[in-house]
Design a protein around this ligand. Structure first.
Ligand code: NAD
Length: 497
């Protein structure tokens, strides 16, 4: 096991003390952080720790982001964040601290190694060693949601070319730096041809620059089934945000336990390291929690800050502890485990083994290489801007006072010679002209107006159309321009169009 975390902020092996920001979090957070920091100190980690408060108490004081403004200063100064899990209070109005931190600090890559520790931790997949590289800032996590009508709510899925290039390059750079043989991409581009289609296309483009690394693409549904069934056939998997969020938990759980996995959130300037599990409030304050996820997150941090020898010492002592059957309740199994211990005792056992290595499990070996994140290859100046033309507009209506035929005849009269009503869809399915009476409709209608000659129209044409729609008494809720880029259609057709 030898891991390197590509990053443009990577320090080479450093003998100096490195400032880091630490948050002890909520629930089991303070206990597992205490255990982790004690192990790091005994292992000789050269850290200068600044502590910040985040989470429940900060939320309840009225800061909806869960983090005080002055805490950002610490994070921007140290650029390295070791974070315990936090509790998000129930009820609306609280923003996810994790999403805010990732997006504010530009932590675009979420890296989760999911490794099984058979025969010492029960798993159906003894040979599993998968790294999931999840895009961390885009997709449905852009957080742009609206209620548009009485019936309909919308969440925008945003996939960008620069964001996708960064994450896919990161996945290949990670594979290269860690002697991994294959990078797999999961998308749903058979359905989302533009958004997931872009992710797949960029994957193919980037993969061509890494001929020494095998590459493959799976549709996410069958890919996920294969991951759950035979994870040993995967090596590195790169995915858009939502699929990565879900499947990295699945992968961690089938490796043995979500309690064992750590993750790194890597950006161009900063990085954050944490356990993948939450604050498990019901286990808090009882010296029960397993600190392994946070500890393995801290091991990734040590590699990142240029202390690979300390990372190796800690990881090998941890592997030996697991191998010796000293287990917290969550992974304790009669016949396999030797001793059930609490959080503090588990940390003591790791500290006692700090100069030891496992004898059955593969030892950890770390080196810090000066490798690029791939980010620096992305130069905005290189992009030739495509020629964009607007040839129509989709006008979305909130309407529920008649039949589809009524709507079709009323709306078609509002077109113009260069902007004619082409179709109306409901939930994406064409219902006018020539819809099916069986199609279930809600109060949310998309009316597509297109230039009959596909010649460019102007903003003023759209504004004039909206004025007519409004004057006719219709409630328009939004518009989407229909464009071509370099002559290529840049919008999906209606289902049945
Ligand atoms: P959770 O991961 O906190 O706990 C689920 C269950 O897993 C627990 O009841 C416990 O049995 C077990 N578990 C988790 N970590 C463990 C550990 N280290 N040792 C032993 N057992 C462990 O998930 P949840 O209950 O859905 O969420 C609780 C809170 O955590 C929520 O407020 C949620 O918003 C928050 N959360 C925070 C983060 C984060 O800060 N990164 C991530 C996920 C959830």
């Amino acid at each position: 096991m030898s891991e390197t975390y590509p990053s443009s902020t990577l320090a080479l092996t450093s003998l100096t003390t490195v400032p880091i920001t630490v948050a002890r979090g909520d629930g089991i957070g303070p206990e597992i952080m205490e255990a982790t920091l004690r192990i790091l100190k005994e292992a000789g980690a050269r850290l200068d720790i600044e502590e910040i408060e985040i989470g429940e108490q900060v939320y309840l004081k009225g800061t909806s982001s869960g983090i005080e403004p002055e805490s950002w200063e610490s994070l921007r100064r140290t650029k390295v964040f070791l974070k315990a899990p936090i509790t998000t209070p129930q009820g609306g109005g609280f923003k996810s601290l994790n999403v805010t931190t990732r997006k504010t600090l530009g932590l675009f890559a979420n890296v989760r190694p999911c490794v099984s520790f058979a025969p010492f931790v029960d798993t159906k997949h003894p040979n599993m060693n998968v790294v999931i590289v999840r895009e961390n800032e885009e997709d449905l996590y852009a957080g742009i949601e609206h209620r548009q009508s009485a019936d309909v709510y919308q969440c925008l899925k945003l996939i960008t070319r620069p964001g996708t290039e960064k994450i896919v390059r990161y996945a290949f750079e990670y594979a290269k730096a860690n002697n991994r043989k294959k990078v797999t991409c999961f998308t749903k581009d058979n359905i989302m041809k533009l958004t997931d289609g872009l992710f797949h296309k960029v994957f193919d483009e980037v993969a061509a620059n890494y001929p020494e690394i095998e590459n493959e693409h799976w549709i996410v549904d069958i890919g996920a089934a294969k991951l759950a069934d035979s994870p040993e056939t995967f090596d590195v998997i790169v995915m858009p945000n939502l699929y990565g969020d879900i499947l990295s938990d699945v992968a961690a759980q089938i490796a043995g336990s979500v309690g064992l996995a750590g993750s790194a959130n890597i950006g161009e300037h900063c990085a954050m390291f944490e356990a993948i599990h939450g604050s498990a409030p019901r286990r808090a304050g009882q010296n029960l929690a397993n600190p392994s996820g946070l500890l393995l997150g801290a091991v990734m941090m040590l590699v990142h800050i240029g202390q690979p020898e300390v990372a190796e010492r800690v990881h090998n002592a941890w592997l030996k502890t697991i191998e010796d059957g000293i287990h917290t309740y969550d992974i304790f199994a009669e016949g396999v485990s030797k001793q059930k211990v609490g959080t503090r005792e588990f940390a003591n056992a790791v500290i006692e083994r700090l100069c030891q290595s496992p004898t059955v499990l593969k030892s950890a070996k770390y080196e810090t290489k000066e490798v690029g994140s791939g980010v620096e290859q992305f130069d905005k100046a290189d992009i030739v801007q495509p020629v964009k033309e607007t040839i129509g507009v989709d006008v979305f209506l909130h309407w529920n006072t008649g039949t589809t035929a009524d709507l079709g005849s009323a709306i078609s009269e509002l077109g113009a010679s260069n902007l004619k009503l082409k179709m109306i869809t409901n939930r994406g399915v064409k219902v006018w002209p020539e819809g099916f009476p069986e199609t279930f409709c809600v109060d949310h209608w998309r009316c597509r107006f297109v230039s009959p000659t596909l010649e460019a129209i102007s903003h003023n044409d759209i504004i004039a159309l909206l004025a007519r729609v409004s004057a006719a008494g219709f409630d328009f809720i939004k518009t989407e321009n229909l464009c071509t880029f370099d002559g290529e259609r840049a919008y999906s057709l209606g289902q049945g169009e």
